[in-house]
Ligand binder design. Structure first.
Ligand SMILES: Cc1cc2nc3c(=O)[nH]c(=O)nc-3n(C[C@H](O)[C@H](O)[C@H](O)COP(=O)(O)OP(=O)(O)OC[C@H]3O[C@@H](n4cnc5c(N)ncnc54)[C@H](O)[C@@H]3O)c2cc1C
Length: 434
């Protein structure tokens, strides 16, 4: 009997799970990869920086899985309220795996964070990457200063995109509305703030190194932020490289011919966003390290700015009927098991940590759990889903139709760019049906 499997979410975790699950039940398995968008690949398309095309190339591997006979992409199908419920999926499939990622920002939890001009990185990154949810974001780029909160690669991505000239996006698939808006940006001062010091950052060497190679921006680091240089020896090699680059920035005077400064500020934690009707400044408290943790000193400083981008992590969106850990911001699960027949994987399982590759062992582990838990039971699978979608007026997009969207995006790319994404679902649907 054929094993019927539904995977909700077509990002890395969904595709790695599908890759592993193809071998289940002696290969007698049918896998539907469902996504709320007509386009696949999750954050590979909508998160990974548009000027890091080599990383996005991993989607070629997912394409191979997507085109296998026993795998189907089912796009434009939201799971949860207003779409297909998890209970309905459990009625149609032997197993359902939630690979829905963590698409919303963790709140800052400080007064003023709802002021216009305070953006979460999910929104800002989604805007420059053309995610349909964030087309209308209109980041306020008219003031000269932006504070980016967080010390991971997402913070660096946001700062780098803000610092670049339009010409530096050659070969990138940043969407046109972002290039246009960034081309008129007045931002001259970008401050990346972290609660702890340079030894505690989560940057990787390549991302930090790029900040020293920007056409119109110079990195600035206060030498006083570093512990004694001998302490670098104890760092793991990647972090040691990052710290060496930061020390080199600290030892170099900013290039007077470059009008933009990117400050790496340490030992500061945000306590309040200040402003009348919109953000005008960020109030931060100086911290010191106590047993590796940031402890407030009571000393406050205000940084005037017209925009704050918060890059402090993400949360999975709850889905009706699925137990949710509000503190952790993800589904309640035991190593990926949520309930009989229901699993989660990737960021929806473990939270927003690790690289794209970290999702691979996750996907393979879930396939192993399904192998040991589930016996096929003659469920309707994809024919049942198609009937239910038709009943609900949901217009499914297949992988072949996504390939039409893909081809249309490539065909309308501006010179040197790999594609010009459609940013509105209706336009994607028109291309899919062409
Ligand atoms: C800004 C940013 C930059 C990054 N850059 C890198 C990088 O350079 N290198 C690297 O290794 N890693 C990078 N990462 C991390 C990497 O993107 C993640 O590890 C990975 O995407 C997580 O995979 P996932 O499948 O769990 O989630 P996602 O990639 O988020 O995929 C989730 C999918 O589920 C779909 N979905 C969500 N809810 C529903 C629903 N209710 N119904 C149907 N479908 C739904 C979404 O549309 C999406 O397609 C970056 C992350 C971010 C945020």
């Amino acid at each position: 009997m054929t094993l019927q499997l539904a995977i909700v979410g077509s990002g890395p975790a969904g595709y790695y799970t599908a890759e592993a699950a193809q071998k289940l039940n002696g290969g007698d398995v049918r896998i539907d990869i469902i996504d709320r968008l007509p386009t696949p690949f999750g954050l590979i398309r909508a998160g990974v920086a548009p000027d890091h095309q080599s990383i996005k190339a991993v989607s070629r591997r997912y394409e191979k899985t997507a085109l296998s006979d026993n795998v189907r992409f089912v796009g434009n199908v939201p799971v949860g309220d207003g779409g297909i419920s998890v209970d309905e999926l459990l009625g149609l499939y032997d197993a359902v795996v939630l690979a829905t990622g963590a698409p919303t920002d963790r709140p800052l939890g400080i007064p003023g964070e709802d002021l216009p001009g305070v953006l979460g990185s999910a929104a800002f990154v989604g805007w420059y990457n053309g995610h349909p949810d964030f087309v209308d974001l209109a980041p306020p780029l008219g003031s000269d200063a932006v504070v980016v909160i967080g010390n991971g690669n997402v913070a660096i991505d946001c700062a780098r995109i803000l610092a670049k000239l339009p010409e530096e996006f050659e070969g990138a698939d940043i969407v046109q509305h972002a290039v246009d808006a960034l081309g008129t940006s007045q931002v001259k001062l970008i401050r990346i703030v972290g609660r702890r010091g340079p030894h505690q950052v989560s940057f990787t060497p390549k991302e930090v190194g790029e900040m020293g190679e920007l056409a119109r921006a110079s990195p600035v680091v206060d030498p006083a932020a570093f512990p004694p240089v001998e302490e670098d020896e104890a760092l793991e090699p990647g972090l040691r490289k990052v710290v060496a680059t930061l020390r080199a920035f600290a030892a170099t005077a900013p290039d007077p011919d470059k009008p933009v400064r990117v400050y790496f500020d340490y030992f500061l934690r945000p306590v309040e966003v200040l402003g009348e009707g919109r953000v005008e400044a960020l109030r931060l408290e100086r911290t010191r390290l106590v047993e590796g943790r940031a402890e407030g000193t009571g000393e406050m400083i205000d940084i005037p700015c017209g925009m704050v981008v918060s890059c402090i992590g993400y949360r999975t969106l709850p889905i009706s009927g699925v137990p949710y850990d509000d503190r952790g911001g993800r589904f309640v699960n035991q190593d990926g098991r949520i309930a009989p027949g229901l699993y989660c994987v990737g960021w929806a399982r473990r939270g927003p940590t690790g690289t794209i590759g970290t999702n691979r062992p996750d996907g393979f582990a879930i396939a192993d759990l399904i192998a040991s838990d589930i016996t096929p039971s003659d469920k309707a699978g994809r024919t049942g889903l198609d009937a239910l979608a038709a009943e609900k007026g949901i217009d499914i997009v297949t992988f072949r139709e996504w390939q039409k969207i893909d081809a249309a995006e490539v065909a309308r790319a501006r010179g040197g760019a790999p594609r010009e994404k459609f940013v509105v679902v209706d336009d994607m649907m028109t291309a899919a049906r062409s």
